[in-house]
Write a protein that binds this ligand. Structure first.
Ligand SMILES: C[S@@+](CC[C@H](N)C(=O)[O-])C[C@H]1O[C@@H](n2cnc3c(N)ncnc32)[C@H](O)[C@@H]1O
Length: 174
């Protein structure tokens, strides 16, 4: 997701914006990763999120998998052969965020998504949110820059859906 001057500039095909490292580092510290977690990045892009996880002292050695439409692995249709994951973590393409969350919830015990804060606010999504309430929201107190040319035009948060009861619940500011 990125909202930088979206009316003025052409969006990248597939919403291909890399997540700045500090954004991922901020949520990595808030998560209880457990031992040998199986982690899926469903739209890996250039690998910005995975890079932080792999190099973080906070994340234990993990098994990683990924999808990426530009590598002919469409997350929404990919056959995982009944595999499950401990975590799905990503910054999804804005236009497919709901679909990404829904599929992730069928695959993982804990889903962690970077979303615009105003993704919460739509009347159209009200029923959807009531069906899929997150267990925690970690609001970024600083706006990220996804283009390297100034900060984004909107605020973001990490949304967490946890079914294990191991993650903290509620509203936080990073
Ligand atoms: C906002 S970028 C985020 C990239 C990466 N997750 C990150 O945080 O740096 C969204 C990514 O989703 C990919 N994408 C779009 N539709 C997809 C799909 N159906 N399945 C898998 N990847 C997709 C794009 O190619 C792009 O790399």
């Amino acid at each position: 997701m990125s909202a930088t001057n979206r009316a003025l500039t052409k969006r990248h095909p597939y919403d291909a914006y890399s997540t700045p490292a500090w954004v991922t580092e901020a949520i990595v510290r808030e998560i209880v990763w457990g031992t040998d977690p199986h982690i899926l990045e469903p739209c890996v892009g250039q690998g910005a999120i995975l890079n932080v996880l792999v190099n973080s002292p906070v994340v234990p050695p993990a098994y990683y998998d990924y999808c990426e439409i530009q590598e002919d692995r469409d997350f929404l249709t990919y056959d995982f052969n009944d595999r499950r994951f401990d975590f799905v973590i990503t910054n999804p393409p804005f236009s497919l965020a709901q679909e990404f969350i829904e599929r992730s919830l069928t695959l993982a015990n804990c889903v962690i998504m970077l979303l615009r804060l105003n993704f919460l606010a739509s009347r159209q999504r009200k029923e959807w949110w009531q069906k899929h309430p997150p267990t925690a929201i970690h609001v970024l107190t600083k706006r990220p820059s996804f283009t390297g040319k100034g900060t984004d035009a909107t605020d973001y948060a990490w949304f967490v859906w946890d079914t294990t009861g191991r993650q903290k619940r509620g509203l936080y500011w990073l």
